[in-house]
Design a protein around this ligand. Structure first.
Ligand code: IMP
Ligand code: MG
Length: 426
């Protein structure tokens, strides 16, 4: 017979194993909300499928009421957490007790209203067999964030990741992309725009190759003031190279010297430390290439090192994640890795270690445009898992929206415009 102690031990072990395997692939707040919504789903949803079942409408009404109540409760928990945050005691909040890894909230979240809006679109309450999912909750949180910024902001700055957020992985913002109209609309409304991308190039020409559709549209726009045309910046290599939109310049972008935008904490990084960090990262990536027999090429840049597959090859997801975690853990154990911020991430079919990260990238945009606060900033990106994802750190600098494709980015911007123009639905 298994003793209670042995039973508890086994559960603990299983938990540890689960944690080691999955912790970096989960978002704790989304999982928490998913768990709460699973209860009414299990209790109220009727897993029957008779044609013309008249109980279906009643079930959907009841499920909607229960889900909405839970979203309101989470909204209240977040408000309580914000109160503790403001008193410098975030560790004491109930939400921190329930979701220990939960971070900073820059605005409240209108979760009940956002649920109502997303339920209308996704018919979450009408589902009998499929419980509220990770994606349902991610999209509810996004809508709640937009609503809250419109209500409490005001929104002054929108920063975007590049790949998978503004364009498909490795692609460009070409003329005619429907994203361009939305970006111009932000500028027309007097908002500032930052593109905070890992793509690290030292020349304006290279960013022009990725963004030419947008830069040409800014140049020819007749409904933007010359000031609005200059309200777009590109921060490349996470937080390493800054270019400002300038329709008068050859490539539509002008390089801005670091001395004009670097944050005080970035001025303390020494060149020897940067080289040492990149050397260690290169060695760690090299070890992964050897141990997993990857057909990879190593790319060393001024402020980054990465591995990309040799032509005709593709890395598996597991290989990408392994290489990221090896580099991350190796650097975490070094003095220089603790002294200089870096970002090891999985770029879909490559792995890079960059000096700096998107927390700094978004903070640089905020300070460049004149001390914009996190509660007036929205960062939109596709990489928000805790390890191996480079938008994750932006959560420390601004309110964020987690998208899965450029199409979702456009839908979210349309939602933002709708609420800015017509207010938030009652
Ligand atoms: P993001 O999604 O806009 O942050 O771009 C990430 C992608 O940019 C990576 O997956 C790489 O393919 C590419 N890239 C190009 N240069 C760099 C670099 O210096 N560091 C990191 N990623 C780079
Ligand atoms: Mg991306």
């Amino acid at each position: 017979m298994v003793s209670p102690d042995a039973d508890a031990n086994e559960r603990f072990q299983r938990y540890r194993v689960e944690y080691a395997l999955k912790a970096h692939r989960r978002d704790a707040l989304i999982e928490f909300i998913k768990g709460l919504l699973a209860v009414p789903f299990v209790l109220h949803c009727q897993p029957t499928a008779h044609l013309g079942d008249s109980s279906q409408a009643e079930m959907a009404r009841e499920a909607h009421r229960r889900y909405a109540e839970i979203m309101k409760d989470v909204e209240v928990l977040i408000n309580d957490h914000i109160n503790y945050q403001n008193a410098g005691q975030a560790d004491k909040s109930k939400l921190r007790f329930l979701v220990p890894t939960v971070g900073t909230f820059f605005t409240p979240l209108l979760l009940e209203k956002a649920f109502a809006a997303q339920d209308k679109k996704r018919a979450i309450s009408s589902r009998r067999f499929v419980a509220p999912s990770f994606n349902d909750i991610r999209l509810i949180l996004n809508t709640a964030q937009v609503m809250s910024l419109v209500e409490n902001g005001p929104l002054k700055l929108v920063t975007f990741d590049g790949d998978v957020t503004l364009y498909d992985d490795g692609m460009c913002l070409e003329p005619g992309s429907p994203m361009i109209d939305r970006l111009l609309s932000l500028l027309r409304r007097g908002l500032h725009v930052g593109i905070v991308t890992a793509a690290g190039y030292t020349q304006a020409e290279r960013y022009r190759e990725r963004l030419f559709g947008l830069l040409d549209a800014i140049k020819t726009a007749t409904d933007l003031t010359s000031e609005q045309k200059r309200n777009l910046i590109v921060l490349g290599g996470e937080s390493n190279f800054l270019f400002r939109s300038n329709p008068e310049s050859e490539f539509g972008l002008e390089w801005v010297p670091r001395s004009q935008w670097q944050l005080p904490e970035m001025r303390t990084w020494d060149e020897e430390g940067i080289t040492e960090l990149l050397n260690i990262a290169e060695a760690a990536l090299g070890e992964s290439v050897r141990s997993m027999g990857l057909n990879a090429e190593v790319i060393r840049k001024e402020r980054a090192v990465g591995i990309i597959p040799k032509s005709g090859h593709k890395f598996e997801r597991e290989q990408l994640e392994e290489a990221v975690l090896v580099a991350q853990k190796t650097l975490d154990a070094t003095d220089v890795g603790r002294r200089i911020p870096f970002c090891a991430f999985n770029g879909g079919n490559d792995v890079f270690v960059d000096i700096g990260d998107k927390r700094l990238g978004v903070l640089c945009c905020q300070s460049f445009f004149g001390d914009v606060k996190g509660s007036n900033t929205l960062h939109i990106g596709d990489q928000f898992l805790s390890a191996g994802h480079n938008d994750f750190k932006a959560r420390m600098a601004a309110s964020c929206m987690w998208v899965a494709s450029p199409l979702e980015t456009m839908r979210s911007l349309d939602e933002l415009f709708e609420y800015l123009d017509n207010g938030i639905p009652e």
